[in-house]
Design a protein around this ligand. Structure first.
Ligand code: KG4
Ligand code: ZN
Length: 339
């Protein structure tokens, strides 16, 4: 159940995107995102710089979201914000802003779990052609997390497996860095892989029990392959860039799909969704669509709801508000927020 006739402002600032969105009855009226290009030069997110940029951007994105949605501050019924997990400094900017505004407007405040919000983004009206029916499995894959979650209802989620080291997005980004590509490397690998041969190179496969993941062995295997090849030819990376990207993407996506197949077999649940930044990956999306032939019901969110956005925070907020799950002014950002 979602909050009917309520106007909810969503705020997201867990990592390097500052975002504000307005949701009314499961419909997104505005979803403004300010990306922080500053991190590109450093090959990854610099927490201190991210917090500063959030401070500069937060008022701007909220203001733009209100204007685009044609909503006044006084019209707002509740504010939902990302409480965690994420970077402490980044989360604190969004959390403090949301608390101050809720206090000034005397409206309810809703603390949202970032990864749960990625999953609940599926329930935004225009998120996909297929709303996942309960119970469903969701592969949540982002820069910081990789999990298989069983969702029994919007408020009842159970993690069936997670990564024991790197996240899938991190694996993409670290591989891209080894190839000399800028941060974030995931979308670039996806793009270059389109012109490459996924079978050109093979890398070590993890042997991790149950539904857990590991990507650190793959990272080492890519590094050793590159080091050995560059001893023979210093221009190896440049000459084989597309094939390397296609092979790396093939390895990461295969690891994800193998575990998802296993989860379907173990639970007998064939309603499958993906969420998080890596769910924008074209190969992962294609392989999931292919599973429809095996009788899976597949839900893939539209691109703008895959990577970090405040629309998903507002959507999650609507479920929590309807259930009366609000937080007080004593709430704090939590970089390691539990499920
Ligand atoms: O969910 P998200 O926007 O932020 C976190 O919560 O971490 O995910 C960001 C991650 C980055 O690692 C980025 O490289 C990856 O998602 N990503 C992709 C693609 N688009 C974003 N990875 C592979 N292929 C893509 N098309
Ligand atoms: Zn995310």
């Amino acid at each position: 159940m979602t909050a009917k006739n309520k106007i909810i402002l969503g705020i997201e600032s867990s990592c390097d995107d500052t975002s504000a969105a307005i949701l009314i009855d499961n419909q997104i009226r505005a979803n403004i995102i300010a990306n922080q290009a500053i991190h590109e030069a450093f090959g990854g997110v610099v927490p201190e710089l991210a917090s500063r940029a959030h401070q500069e951007n937060i008022i701007v994105v909220v203001d733009r979201a209100l204007k685009e949605a044609k909503v006044a501050l006084s019209d707002l019924d509740a504010i939902a914000f990302t409480r965690g997990p994420g970077l402490m400094g980044s989360l604190t900017v969004g959390t403090s802003f949301a608390k101050a505004l809720a206090l000034a407007l005397k409206i309810p405040l809703i603390g949202v779990h970032h990864m749960k919000a990625h999953i609940l983004a599926h329930f935004i009206d225009d998120a996909s052609d297929c709303k996942p029916p309960f119970p469903f499995l969701c592969l949540t894959v982002s820069g910081g997390h990789t999990q298989i979650v069983q969702i029994n209802s919007p408020l009842d989620m159970q993690v069936l497996g997670s990564t024991i080291d790197d996240a899938a997005g991190e694996a993409f980004d670290k591989a891209a860095k080894m190839l000399g590509l800028p941060y974030p490397g995931g979308p670039l690998i996806d793009q270059l892989a389109k012109e490459g041969n996924p079978a050109a190179f093979s890398f070590a496969k993890p042997k991790i029990p149950a539904l857990n993941f590991s990507f650190s062995g793959l990272k080492t295997s890519i590094l050793y392959t590159l080091q050995a090849a560059e001893k023979q030819d210093v221009n190896f990376k440049e000459k084989h860039l597309n094939d390397l990207c296609a092979s790396i993407q093939n390895s990461i996506v295969s690891i994800l799909m193998d575990k998802l197949e296993k989860a379907v077999q173990l639970t007998g649940i064939k309603n499958v969704a993906i969420a998080g930044g890596v769910s924008a990956n074209s190969e992962l999306r294609a392989r999931l669509i292919d599973r429809k032939r095996k009788g899976w019901l597949v839900s893939i969110p539209k691109m703008s709801y895959c990577t970090d956005n405040a629309a998903m925070i507002a959507m999650a907020g609507s479920f929590y508000l309807a259930a009366g799950q609000t937080v007080g002014q004593n709430t704090a950002a939590d970089p390691r927020l539990k499920w």
